[in-house]
Design a protein around this ligand. Sequence first.
Ligand code: AMP
Length: 218
Amino acid sequence: MNLILLGPPGAGKGTQAKVLQESRGLKQLSTGDMLRTAIAAGSEIGLKAKVIMDRGDLVSDEVILDVVAERMGKPDIKAGVVFDGFPRTPAQAQALDKMLAARGQKVDAVIEMKVEDEVLISRISGRYTCAKCGKGYHDSFAKPARPGICDACGSTEFTRRADDNEKTVRDRLNVYNKQTAPLVSYYTSRGNLRSVDGMADINHVTDAIGHILDGVQR
Ligand code: AMP
């Protein structure tokens, strides 16, 4: 199954993609994570992408499609993919359709995660992750049980994304509304878009997505 989680930054796509990876054996393909890995490695793509990401703009379709095509060539994604943060433009959506068609596959479901802008801003502005195991936290909504110590692995090192500040979040939301939101009608016209309330608590969102996917697989 190939599933797209569509929604603005902070909607919970990454959180739910990780759940689906565990529960359904789908591979999470996060173009944002792939770009951050390229930045950490100091590669040419990473260096160019960093400037664009730090100001909240989109990296070019060409670069993104190269990165995705390379990832799709790896054998571990045979059981299916949950796309997280991709596609983000109509050109990327069309390219994905072609890439999958060439493998005899298609986009099986698109789930839009709806969250109000002000909620997104407060979610993103306070989020951080454990530098060692990647567990996510939030200054107000999800603090570690013991301050400064990761619940999952005991590490005391945490990181914040450079683009998770209020100014950049507002820019990222504008970019989403202009360049990515048109994908709602793109997939609606293909009949495979469903929506969930991304403001519900994490477990409710997981249940709602699971319910939709059970219907798709039958
Ligand atoms: P994310 O982790 O999905 O929030 O992505 C972080 C940043 O990486 C975005 O604000 C963009 O600058 C860049 N990015 C990630 N995925 C894409 C994509 N599919 N197309 C263009 N830029 C992307």
